[in-house]
Design a protein around this ligand. Structure first.
Ligand code: B12
Length: 443
């Protein structure tokens, strides 16, 4: 008997659909399923038994959803919680249906996909939890009678910073329960905060209505130290959007790491607007090496349409500032956003080429359900791939008005030339320049 089983579902089978490096099964091995891991440790901490089923594990890869359901049911769980983003929704639906057909187990759906489409989730489970899942899953697990929750959409209460810290950080045995394979990437993924202060129309992070919440610096430093001592990592990739946000928090982190004689390298993302000259030194001392900026477009009008909150000038300033201080900079761009024309896409490609970023990545814009972009689709273009199972950012799913499919692929090929040129330059020249700049300009 186990109180709760939490499942990370597999990627949608999408024959013939092009996959990018983020969306293959490899991504499941490279990234721990942090969403269900947080819920598991929160509920365990309060005295209940929880088991994880990470379906990216090799043992499960050839099993049908029915066979997975049998395996799950053999542990006699009281509740099964299923986690999915859109790219995993086919498995989540099939597993929910199989569990309900075969047993009376209580099925809860959560994660970004059913947070956005809760009514859809209710067709394949008893309850849908929107947003942070910790409180609701504890409420369900601790309720002697689940009848009252049947067919309900529950609004997950966002964890406070204190509650985030009350969840014990993840240890070797937690990762052993998952498909995460630390040998695949020299960077260990960590989460230091939740929430994002911006409201770009294409993004749905499930935390939109909640304010920013940070793990305390002590919690992060303890976690980093544990991971480096246990797994031998010196490099980390930060998954949240606000690692570089509060200067004093970074200073405190530097002090505490230095006191313990710990020195790490970080890759993180940052919003252009938060980068200020006075932050550069502390970012450098902290060990930040790579900064990824969501620049998205090289056209002022498109930046306004997508509510990015930045201007071309701001983006330029931020890139130059980071380069001057010796950081490696990655630019992330979208093609086919709200109101795009051939000319605005060409502006983006030209801008990406002209900016001195070390790398540049381009993806097709996709109006995910639950985003503002999704609501605006009809006004600016059309969805040409109605099957959500086939969505990932390498697939063209949305076509702006007045551009043909052929033209979109042609523009993407052109953008890829920029990506390749940057990569070649970085490999042979750029990778040497940044460390030299860092040693001159951060004294
Ligand atoms: C890190 C990340 C990745 C990583 C790893 C993802 C992973 N964890 O497996 C990588 C780089 C591999 C990745 C890839 C992709 N990603 Co991504 N990613 C993120 C990011 C930045 C953080 C996810 C995260 O770890 N959050 C922290 C944890 C704690 O939160 P969480 O997982 O959401 O879980 C909480 C709740 O959702 C809920 N919950 C989750 N599961 C369950 C289950 C139950 C039962 C309950 C009750 C609650 C619940 O409770 C959890 C704790 O509070 C998010 C944006 C964001 N800020 O969330 C995008 C995001 C999830 N990704 C997105 C996308 C589109 C993709 C890609 C399809 C893009 C692509 N390149 O093709 C791929 C697909 C990956 C795949 N399936 O193979 C979209 C998803 C949109 C959608 N509707 O599906 C997001 C929301 C960003 C956006 N564009 O808006 N991604």
């Amino acid at each position: 008997m186990v109180d709760l089983i939490l499942v990370r579902t597999r990627n949608n089978p999408a024959p013939g659909v092009k996959k990018n490096s983020d969306s293959g099964s490899y991504s499941g091995l490279r990234m721990p399923p942090y969403g269900i891991m947080y819920i598991a440790n929160y509920v365990r901490e309060r005295g209940y038994s929880v088991k994880l089923f990470d379906l990216f594990k090799k043992d499960y890869s050839s099993l049908s959803p029915d066979a997975v359901a049998d395996l799950i049911l053999s542990h006699k769980p009281r509740i099964v919680g299923i986690s999915a983003m859109t790219s995993q929704s086919v498995d989540a639906i099939a597993l929910g249906d199989a569990l309900m057909r075969k047993s009376n187990v209580f099925v809860a759906h959560g994660g970004v996909h059913f947070t956005s489409l809760p009514e859809e989730g209710l067709k394949h489970g008893h309850v849908v939890v929107q947003g942070d899942g910790e409180h609701c899953m504890l409420q369900l697990t601790s309720s002697p009678d689940l009848q009252g929750f049947n067919n309900k959409i529950l609004q997950g209460r966002p964890l406070t910073s204190e509650e985030m810290d009350s969840i014990p950080f993840f240890r070797q045995e937690d990762f052993d329960e998952t498909a995460y394979d630390p040998s695949l990437d020299p960077h260990f993924p960590i989460i230091t905060a939740r929430g994002c202060p911006y409201s770009c129309v294409f993004c749905k992070d499930g935390y939109r209505s909640s304010k920013l919440r940070f793990h305390s610096v002590d919690y992060i430093v303890d976690y980093l130290e544990y991971i480096s001592r246990t797994f031998g990592f010196r490099r980390f990739i930060v998954l949240d959007d606000i690692f570089v946000f509060v200067e004093t928090r970074m200073e405190e982190m530097v002090d505490k790491l230095e006191k313990r004689n710990l020195k790490f390298k970080f890759q993180c993302q940052a919003h252009t607007n938060v980068l200020k000259p006075k932050m550069m030194k502390v970012m450098h001392r902290l060990g930040i090496e790579w900064v990824y900026l969501g620049i998205e477009s090289g056209n002022e009008e498109i930046l306004k349409n997508i509510k990015k909150g930045i201007t071309i000038e701001k983006a330029k300033e931020a890139v130059h500032l980071l380069k001057k201080h010796g950081f490696y900079v990655g630019g992330l761009y979208m093609i086919g956003n709200i109101g795009e024309t051939r000319q605005t896409i060409n502006d983006t490609i030209r801008f990406a080429f002209s900016l001195p970023t070390d790398r540049a990545w381009f993806s097709f814009a996709a109006p995910y359900p639950g985003t503002e972009f999704y609501e605006l689709v009809g006004k600016y273009g059309e969805i040409i791939e109605p099957d959500l199972a086939k969505w990932n950012q390498a697939t063209l799913v949305y076509l702006p008005k007045n551009i043909s499919k052929k033209e979109m692929f042609r523009l993407m090929r052109k953008a890829q030339m920029v990506r390749i040129m940057k990569k070649i330059y970085f490999t042979f020249i750029g990778c040497w320049i940044a460390p030299l700049r860092a040693s001159f300009n951060n004294k």
